[in-house]
Design a protein around this ligand. Structure first.
Ligand code: FAD
Length: 678
């Protein structure tokens, strides 16, 4: 189907880089790389194996120059068709790049290659008393590069964050073959975070500096049986609301339990309809014990049938078996399993589960429900046989209806498995045309010829938008926000530059240049909207941080941030430390007054590029932040140590910062002095 000649034409160049034995075009290799753990299939024209990370950049440069599509591939365990080469071209197989270059026990950082298997890293870290938090259930085979490509999560991510929260710095080969090193600590918009979860569409990670943590000395694991799934979910909401953050809070329904415990010692009584695995950790044994007692009390109040605490490592393994063995157990029940990955705000889990069950029953399908309950991330594992075409149709329909239900409940279409090709169409249901065009402009800025893993993540013409397209309802915009939008529209029509100003904590009047007229955001200071059950708060950009913290405190909550001063929008635009860990959503006005509704109210969301973090450090030059949604914590501030505010640094835009500026604000209307030499 594809023109084989295009690879043959540059084969000598590729062979000179990686060696003739590593440019494979034989049928066996082509077949082997034409599928992954998802349902899509497509043949590559060549498979290129790398034996040294330095070979990646010249290879990509040669492919880009020749106009040949390419995609990075590791273990191929992604569940969204991310490594299926939809437009042919070359598979870049990085699986042999698996060195651990350094484990820095003082700085708690490991420098590794992308092909390193997640569990192999954990084993290497154990003797140093350290661990790397992201622990996908696939960790025995999935790799650090693939985990970064998908922004993978796992049970421990409830407390320690997903992959994006555990990467310090990346070496990236851009689609044009340039080598870049980006960290979230760099001044300016966060390019590193844009790469994480971009599924190989914006660049290829060749080295990663990963954040390590000391293994906590005290860990307690409990398995809790309930006679109804609803009761289990109520217990989850109450545990989190109590201010307890377990290191894992996982849930399973009866179908999953029966499958994974078949033939094994079953720790749960007859009549168990759902089970939770609750794991707590810490450095203070007394505090962990106290939290465990609170969890037990909450579960008892929700009429749990059994609350069993592991007394030793063997018993802990037994309790985890039910959760960790669930996917392989499902795979034994049917030839194929479709794993959905929707997310809803945690308090909406019971509704999401009810709707999921109704949808499954409507389509006469069986599924085991597994979920990262603490994150509101559902994994219905739908059983089917791909040889039965009617059943495949029903499975797809049911999967899409489940995603639509998650969107309707204020959630998103993927928490950790990515969009790939299989959820591309669902991006149309989650986002409006403005957000999709914005994502497309990011892709174009990085990959003008559209060769890096093309046709992934963003809908193509065949993925027709639905009529009720887009989550982005604007009802929440205040009259003041609407005034600002109108003013931006007017200035855009006149080509008049704007200085985005607020409390003046960081942007001093003397900095304002290029004849820019001020746009004062102080008027955006309505009261914060606190969702006590979901532990989120939305604040307008002009609200002083001090006032925001006070409003939270008065309601019994806090924001885990250092005292920053300034306004909410100012703290985000200047990348206040710690903010990227708790920022969930942003409402942005672009220079032409068009709106973007990015992220949301869920703690996990890998649908589209991580534009929320991109705006951290954007200094008003990419768009005007109107409002933000944060994850908040229950109870009083625990006095967590923060490094405090860093000294101001001079920002020299990277060429990719400038490309994005050109894409997002082509006339350089917002804070124009920052990119004056663009
Ligand atoms: C049984 C099972 C359980 C799973 N459990 C979980 C889970 O608990 N949590 C979870 O998050 N996921 C889970 N997954 C999904 C999957 O394992 C993850 O998405 C994983 O991160 C993929 O890693 P991989 O090495 O297989 O990458 P691949 O599938 O090879 O690649 C994944 C994506 O990353 C891109 N990519 C690969 N290498 C690079 C690179 N160097 N630079 C940039 N992009 C790159 C690829 O192009 C592709 O788009 C599970 C899958 C299975 C089959």
């Amino acid at each position: 189907m594809f023109k084989r000649n295009r690879i043959l034409a540059i084969k000598p160049v590729l062979e000179a880089i990686v060696g003739p034995e590593n440019v494979r075009t034989d049928e066996a290799e082509i077949l082997m790389y034409s599928y992954d753990a998802g349902m899509a299939r497509a043949r590559p024209e060549a498979v290129i194996n790398f034996t040294d990370a330095s070979q990646v950049a010249p290879t990509v440069k040669a492919l880009y120059a020749a106009g040949i599509p390419f995609l990075p591939r590791l273990a191929g365990t992604n569940l969204s068709g991310g490594t299926v080469p939809l437009k042919g071209g070359a598979i870049l197989n990085l699986a042999r790049l698996k060195k651990i270059h350094q484990i820095d026990t003082a700085a708690h950082v490991a420098l590794v290659e992308p092909g390193l298997v997640n569990l192999d890293l954990q084993k290497a870290l154990e003797p140093f008393g350290l661990f790397y938090a992201p622990d996908p259930a696939s960790q025995k085979v999935s790799t650090i590069g693939g985990n970064i490509g998908e922004n993978a999560g796992g049970p421990l991510c409830l407390k320690y964050g997903v992959t994006a929260n555990n990467v310090e710095k990346l070496e990236v080969v851009t689609p044009e073959g340039e080598v870049k090193i980006w960290s979230h600590r760099d001044p300016g918009p966060d390019l590193m975070s844009l790469i994480i979860g971009s599924e190989g569409t914006l660049g290829i990670v060749t080295r990663a500096w990963l954040k390590l943590r000391p293994i906590p000395p005290h860990i307690k694991t409990a398995a809790v049986a309930f006679t109804s799934l609803d009761a289990a979910m109520k217990a989850v909401t109450r545990i989190i609301k109590e201010g307890i953050v377990p290191r894992a809070l996982e849930a399973m329904d009866k179908v999953s339990l029966d499958a994974s415990l078949e033939g094994k010692a079953n720790p749960f009584p007859d009549g168990t309809a759902a089970a939770l695995i609750v794991e707590l950790d810490g450095s203070d044994a007394g505090a962990v014990k106290k939290e465990l007692e609170t969890v037990e009390r909450i579960c008892a109040a929700e009429s749990c049938a059994v609350f069993r605490v592991a007394s030793d490592e063997a018993e802990r393994d037994l309790l985890w078996q039910a959760r960790k063995g669930a996917y392989p157990a499902m795979a034994r029940l049917a030839p194929d399993v479709l794993v959905e990955d929707g997310v809803v705000p945690r308090p909406r889990l019971p509704e999401a589960l009810r709707e999921t069950r109704e949808i499954l029953s409507k389509y006469k399908l069986t599924a085991g429900l597994l979920f990262h309950a603490g994150d509101g991330n559902l994994h219905p594992n739908i059983l089917f046989d791909r040889r039965d075409l009617q059943e495949v149709k029903r499975v797809k329909k049911a999967g899409y209806e489940i995603l639509k239900a998650c969107i309707k409940l204020g959630g998103t279409i993927s928490g950790e498995h990515g969009i790939g090709v299989e959820k591309r169409v669902a991006m149309n249901w989650l986002y409006g045309p403005g957000e999709l065009a914005f994502f497309r402009s990011i892709k174009n800025a990085f990959d003008p010829k559209d060769l890096a893993n093309p046709d992934k993540i963003l809908p193509v013409a065949a993925d027709k938008p639905s009529e009720t397209s887009g989550l982005a309802e604007r009802a929440s915009l205040s009259p003041e926000a609407r005034t600002i939008i109108d003013e931006l529209r007017l200035r855009s029509m006149r080509g008049a530059p704007t200085a985005v100003t607020c409390l003046g904590t960081r942007l001093k009047p003397e900095t304002i240049a290029e004849g820019a007229a001020r746009l004062d955001l102080r008027q955006l200071s309505g009261a914060a909207v606190i969702d006590a059950d979901n532990l989120t708060a939305r604040a307008e950009a002009g609200l002083p941080m001090e006032e925001f913290l006070k409003q939270l405190k008065d309601a019994g909550f806090h924001l885990d941030l250092p005292e920053t001063g300034g306004s909410v929008g100012g703290a985000i635009a200047s990348a206040c430390p710690g903010l990227r860990e708790i920022l969930l959503g942003l409402e942005i006005a672009r220079s032409d007054g068009s709106l973007l509704d990015l992220g949301g109210r869920t703690v996990k969301n890998v649908a589209g590029y991580d534009a929320v973090r991109l705006f951290c450090g954007s200094m008003g030059a990419y768009g005007v932040i109107l409002a933000a949604t944060f994850s908040i914590s229950a109870g009083p501030r625990r006095g967590r140590e923060h490094a405090g505010l860093p000294a101001p640094v001079t920002f020299k835009p990277d060429s990719y910062h400038t490309r994005l500026k050109n894409a997002l604000d082509p006339e350089n209307l917002l804070n124009p002095w920052i990119y004056r030499n663009k």
